[in-house]
Design a protein around this ligand. Structure first.
Ligand code: ADP
Ligand code: MG
Length: 224
């Protein structure tokens, strides 16, 4: 995997994905085959094997669902949308999950921000980033979402109080399949970055280990 990451800068996104998928799906498949062979041999502690097999199948399933999302044709269905309204919808959706972990989701927006965008894609970006923040804040706390209307662009900052990201890892986050989670796919940030790119925006990541992280999305407001 390390070798793949080093080469990745020279490969196209499609090439990186193909290499990554082969790797990420072959591992659980190899493991599944091993367990099926053990079961075939007539083993006693079946329950434990079944549990691991289901986890491996879930992993393949998670990867393929995210890939299906990427492979959807980029419909050019852009409309002027109110960013605050999209954030409000997404945060309402995620609040139940956040509450379970004692996390407060707070939206702070001074003015309405209108952006020409594909509503469902931009919502997907907000979901991916806020979910990541929730997943890092195992001790609870506050996730602060700030919207600022700047000259010709709208900035959406998602600030968490999680463990932060060591400086040397920040540039790896947008690469496909980079994950530090047991059940992560490492595709969320890559997809988000690609969607933001398609909207002529940018995604900036600021973090220091131990000081939480801030993901800033910039989207142009003056597109025709
Ligand atoms: P996944 O969530 O499946 O791991 P992502 O592409 O969404 O994949 O994120 C990749 C990795 O980036 C995560 O595994 C985690 O290590 C890191 N990361 C993302 N968001 C945060 C955050 N808010 N704080 C700390 N680390 C983060
Ligand atoms: Mg994620």
């Amino acid at each position: 995997a390390e070798e793949m990451l080093i080469r990745s800068e020279k490969m196209s996104i499609a090439g990186q994905l193909a290499a990554g998928i082969a790797h990420e799906i072959r591992n659980p498949l190899t493991s599944l085959k091993g367990f099926v062979q053990l079961l075939q041999g007539g083993i006693t502690s079946k329950e434990e094997y079944y549990k691991i097999m289901i986890e491996e199948i879930d992993k393949i399933n998670a990867i393929t669902s995210e890939l299906l999302f990427i492979s959807k044709p980029m419909t050019d269905d852009k409309n002027n949308e109110n960013v605050n309204e999209l954030l409000h919808d997404v945060m309402t959706l995620l609040r139940t999950q956040a509450n379970l972990y004692d996390i407060d989701l707070v939206l702070e927006a001074e003015r309405d921000c209108l952006v020409l965008c594909d509503r469902s894609q931009i919502k997907q970006v907000f979901i991916n980033l806020i979910k990541n923040a929730i997943e890092e804040m195992t001790d609870g706390g506050m996730i602060h979402v700030l919207v600022e209307l700047r000259e010709k662009e709208c900035m959406i900052a998602i600030k968490d109080q999680g463990p932060g990201i060591p400086k040397h890892l920040i540039h790896k986050l947008k690469e496909p399949f980079f994950t530090t989670k047991k059940n992560g796919t490492g595709l969320g940030l890559m997809i988000s970055n690609q969607i933001i790119d398609n909207h002529h925006g940018r995604l900036e990541i600021e973090s220091e280990k131990g000081h939480g992280s801030t993901f800033k999305i910039f989207l142009p407001t003056d597109e025709k």
